[in-house]
Write a protein that binds this ligand. Sequence first.
Ligand SMILES: *[C@@H]1O[C@H](CO)[C@@H](O)[C@H](O)[C@H]1NC(C)=O
Ligand SMILES: *[C@@H]1O[C@H](CO)[C@@H](O)[C@H](O)[C@H]1NC(C)=O
Ligand SMILES: *[C@@H]1O[C@H](CO)[C@@H](O)[C@H](O)[C@H]1NC(C)=O
Ligand SMILES: *[C@@H]1O[C@H](CO)[C@@H](O)[C@H](O)[C@H]1NC(C)=O
Ligand SMILES: *[C@@H]1O[C@H](CO)[C@@H](O)[C@H](O)[C@H]1NC(C)=O
Ligand SMILES: *[C@@H]1O[C@H](CO)[C@@H](O)[C@H](O)[C@H]1NC(C)=O
Ligand SMILES: *[C@@H]1O[C@H](CO)[C@@H](O)[C@H](O)[C@H]1NC(C)=O
Ligand SMILES: *[C@@H]1O[C@H](CO)[C@@H](O)[C@H](O)[C@H]1NC(C)=O
Ligand SMILES: *[C@@H]1O[C@H](CO)[C@@H](O)[C@H](O)[C@H]1NC(C)=O
Length: 410
Amino acid sequence: MVCFRLFPVPGSGLVLVCLVLGAVQSYALELNLTDSGKATCLYAKWQMNFTVRYETTNKTYKTVTISDRGTVTYNGSICGDDQNGPKIAVQFGPGFSWIANFSKAASTYSIDSISFSYNTGDNTTFPDAEDKGIITVDELLAIKIPLNDLFRCNSLSTLEKNDVVQNYWDVLVQAFVQNGTVSTNEFLCDKDKTSTVAPTIHTTVPSPTTTPTPKEKPEAGTYSVNNGNDTCLLATMGLQLNITQDKVASVININPNTTHSTGSCRSHTALLRLNSSTIKYLDFVFAVKNENRFYLKEVNISMYLVNGSVFSIANNNLSYWDAPLGSSYMCNKEQTVSVSGAFQINTFDLRVQPFNVTQGKYSTAQECSLDDDTILIPIIVGAGLSGLIIVIVIAYVIGRRKSYAGYQTL
Ligand SMILES: *[C@@H]1O[C@H](CO)[C@@H](O)[C@H](O)[C@H]1NC(C)=O
Ligand SMILES: *[C@@H]1O[C@H](CO)[C@@H](O)[C@H](O)[C@H]1NC(C)=O
Ligand SMILES: *[C@@H]1O[C@H](CO)[C@@H](O)[C@H](O)[C@H]1NC(C)=O
Ligand SMILES: *[C@@H]1O[C@H](CO)[C@@H](O)[C@H](O)[C@H]1NC(C)=O
Ligand SMILES: *[C@@H]1O[C@H](CO)[C@@H](O)[C@H](O)[C@H]1NC(C)=O
Ligand SMILES: *[C@@H]1O[C@H](CO)[C@@H](O)[C@H](O)[C@H]1NC(C)=O
Ligand SMILES: *[C@@H]1O[C@H](CO)[C@@H](O)[C@H](O)[C@H]1NC(C)=O
Ligand SMILES: *[C@@H]1O[C@H](CO)[C@@H](O)[C@H](O)[C@H]1NC(C)=O
Ligand SMILES: *[C@@H]1O[C@H](CO)[C@@H](O)[C@H](O)[C@H]1NC(C)=O
């Protein structure tokens, strides 16, 4: 690991840049840029190589392959500030320079462009080049990634322009890192999405084949929506999606560790939106009825399937999870939200409060009827017992009457 200091922005103070060069065998490049507070602001790890075609002195063309072996420096890499976006700048070999720059929008950031420069004046790589000089190839990428997601692309990506072919693989990158912690949420490139066997949210777990295997219970996750600094919606639940297509049901457990929540809270409607690398969005829309109860009114999903096609369905005429305003709805047993014939959601250990959340905590819970049978049993037992007591009392009274009558005859 190599650390050095540089002044990327006048006035912003010292920025410590640490470079971790990858294992010798893999030649992966790795960069962990930190800001003035020593918190990670940009992280990247990737592999690349280039082939460059150039004209030789005898008017024929030659192709050379350039990789980043040898000394690599990251001079000029910056976290970004108000004026400049983050930038990864890499220098390697004799006179090669590579720059990627990033920008941010409301809810996404993007890898805007890659610029690669080589110097045909370098006689070790281009000994017989006809024209000597620095040549730069700019590629516009505009790859959009959700903010706070780590972009992953293990597949080979190839960019071709002019005389240069650029190869990239095993790419991991996150710009605008929040709170100094690289995200565990991965956003996969399209090629990785289609090459994974199934749209399981957990990308490292091998997924079931075409015959659906019995699924284990999904892990419960807690999702929240903020309104300013305050939590306005809370939901804790284990979610299992059941998509039926061509009479085949695929059951997918949502991994809360790699699933994001966003949304909005209004006086009469609240939205909880989940998304992950395979789920573009899974919306739960809550509404208020009769000014005193809330319920789940709408579910709207769009997600990538095994074969790369997109599955989308919505139903805004649902009626689930009904509870009084000011309370939360709770259901520990498995419950099914049937969105359409082709799509249902199985919920486990559910607790949700879309309105009137105070101090970021759930209010009293109203339990679903499925959970209630645990309460019903003591009630039935209790009712049975009190019935028995009544019978005994009646029998006693009748018995006393009889014996009283008996005394009279004496
Ligand atoms: C460059 O990368 C491609 C893609 O991984 C690989 O097939 C090729 O062998 C590499 N070339 C060199 C010289 O390393
Ligand atoms: C051109 O030069 C290259 C080496 O510089 C040589 O290998 C090649 O044979 C030459 N071609 C001709 C047509 O002279
Ligand atoms: C980084 O680049 C600047 C100017 O581009 C140069 O002055 C400085 O010496 C370089 N630092 C390193 C460590 O290469
Ligand atoms: C990206 O970087 C290049 C090279 O530093 C620069 O010329 C270009 O203006 C930058 N693009 C954006 C959108 O910042
Ligand atoms: C960063 O920290 C703030 C305050 O601790 C927190 O509200 C926010 O959710 C964190 N962001 C991420 C992406 O962890
Ligand atoms: C998935 O849906 C199909 C069709 O509605 C149903 O037959 C199957 O039992 C469901 N599987 C699970 C695990 O919910
Ligand atoms: C989620 O993260 C927790 C804690 O890091 C871990 O124990 C759990 O196994 C993870 N769940 C999945 C489905 O990866
Ligand atoms: C993907 O699979 C679904 C169902 O299995 C099918 O309806 C859809 O047409 C397929 N899409 C592609 C692009 O093959
Ligand atoms: C589902 O969401 C999409 C995208 O936000 C929207 O265009 C569509 O109208 C929604 N469907 C319903 C039924 O609300």
